[in-house]
Ligand binder design. Structure first.
Ligand code: GAL
Length: 446
């Protein structure tokens, strides 16, 4: 059982669900461009139609209401709200106003992500996060959208998964825009992104003084395979926040969250990157270090660790008999929702909200017309057991399932399904999966 004020919700993101990419003056995003690149999307699909939420938003709200959750996390498409002359686009703004009104009418709290990866192409053309002016553009965009949503929305998340923006978009290059950065560029772009966050928090607080604000990174905690070994747990904690230049550092936890919550980058950052540091001023750090209300975090998976005979941390092999997600990075590690929040709370000391958690499956419509997804049910139940355990020790305020329905799963296209609701992309039909009914039950029981 969770506390009475614990919030269950579902999450989506604009490019993944809206479709209608040419409607009402929306300008092209980096994802429109990226999807056109030969071989960029595994099944050759794109976001031009996907769940058609731009048209069917009232049906979306009906589903959410029927599910019984109290909150809906969705994102704003920058290119709907601001046109390519950097001026507000009334029609695009109006879509989000209508959506929020519909949610409120149905007693569902809108939780708005300002940026979930669909940067307007024209901004990427002038350098994206590498261009120092991005901070002014982001600030202006946040000002426009928060003025429009004043009185409707109180809860904001500035940026979703900065690690994916940087690592997937500019190192591995599996995601838009797919331009490779060297170490110096990467650190500069990360620094600018953090400044965008800080500037946005200030604007949100100014325009909506009673708002709550956070940002939503992702992470993959180090999990002690033996829960009773304190030394192992301590080493896992250190590993989780550690930065090594030799590894995929743009995926780090502390490079992003330390400046935001603690006011500076970790010591190891200055040591490891001394030859490629961006220009970091006291004003920058103060801007980035705006007080936040929550630690939002997207958690899907973790890595188990043991100690070897010399007392060093070693990664275990996955073989735990849990169902497997059909996307390569999604191993089922339920303790992620125990240790992840525990570590974050210990370091940053704010209430925790799980802003995404969910399971990717090969869902099909069975002969009985239903979609049976016992693996997803198993996943959600196991993860919630762990979250409930940690919520007895620290302040945990909410849990959002990724996702309301199947949608455009970035470079994996339409073939990878994460929804509680199945979407038939040809007909547009939506079918509630077994997990939808099960999650509904869980909410009622809690
Ligand atoms: C997150 C991302 C979502 C969604 C999910 C499942 O990284 O924020 O947009 O794609 O993963 O892969």
């Amino acid at each position: 059982m969770f506390d009475k004020d614990f919030i269950f919700g579902v999450a989506t993101a604009s490019y993944q669900i809206e479709g209608s990419v040419d409607a009402d003056g929306r300008c092209e995003s980096i994802w429109d461009t990226f999807c056109k690149k030969e071989g960029a999307i595994i099944d050759g699909s794109d976001g031009t139609k996907t769940c058609e939420s731009y048209i069917k938003y009232k049906d979306d709200v009906k589903l959410i209401k029927n599910l019984g959750v109290k909150a809906y996390r969705f994102s704003i498409a920058w290119g709907r709200v601001i046109n390519s002359n950097n001026k507000p686009n009334k029609k695009g703004i109006n879509y989000y106003v209508k959506l929020c009104k519909e949610l409120i009418k149905n007693n569902i709290k809108p939780v708005v992500t300002i940026y979930h990866w669909d940067m307007p192409q024209w901004l990427d053309d002038i350098g994206g996060f590498l261009n120092d002016d991005i901070v002014k553009y982001f600030e202006y965009y946040t000002d426009v959208i928060t003025n429009a949503l004043k009185g409707l929305v109180k809860d904001f998340i500035t940026i979703n998964e900065p690690q994916c923006i940087m690592f997937m978009g500019h190192d591995a290059c599996y995601f838009a825009p797919g331009t490779k950065y060297n170490d110096k560029e990467m650190l500069q772009a990360i620094h600018n992104l953090l400044k965008c966050h800080g500037a946005a928090v200030k604007v949100i607080r100014k325009n909506i003084p009673d708002s709550t604000v956070g940002f939503a990174p992702c992470s993959r905690p180090a999990i002690p395979s033996n829960r009773n070994n304190e030394i192992l747990e301590e080493k896992c904690y250190q590993e989780y926040f550690d930065i090594k230049r030799s590894s995929e550092y743009s995926n780090s936890v502390s490079i992003y969250s330390d400046p935001i919550f603690l006011g500076d980058y970790p010591k190891t950052y200055y040591e490891q990157f001394k030859d490629v540091l961006p220009n970091i001023t006291k004003e920058d750090l103060d801007l980035i270090n705006q007080p936040l209300d929550y630690i939002y975090q997207n958690f899907y998976s973790g890595n188990y660790y043991s100690l070897d005979e010399n007392g060093n941390l070693t990664k275990d092999k996955f073989d735990f008999g849990y169902p497997e997600g059909n996307i390569d990075w999604l191993q089922v590690v339920p303790e992620t929702l125990y240790y992840g929040p525990k570590y974050l709370y210990r370091r940053y000391k704010k209430p925790i909200i799980i802003s995404e958690n969910g399971f990717c499956n090969n869902d099909v419509v069975s002969l009985d017309g239903k979609v049976h997804d016992p693996q997803r049910i198993d996943y959600i139940r196991r993860y919630l057991i762990e979250l409930e355990k940690i919520s007895k020790e620290i302040d945990v305020k909410g849990y959002f399932v990724w996702s309301l329905f199947d949608n455009f799963e970035w470079n994996s296209g339409l073939r990878k399904r994460f929804g509680l609701v199945f979407v038939d992309y040809k007909t547009g039909k939506r079918i509630k999966k077994d997990s939808f009914y099960e999650f509904k039950k869980i909410i009622k029981e809690s």
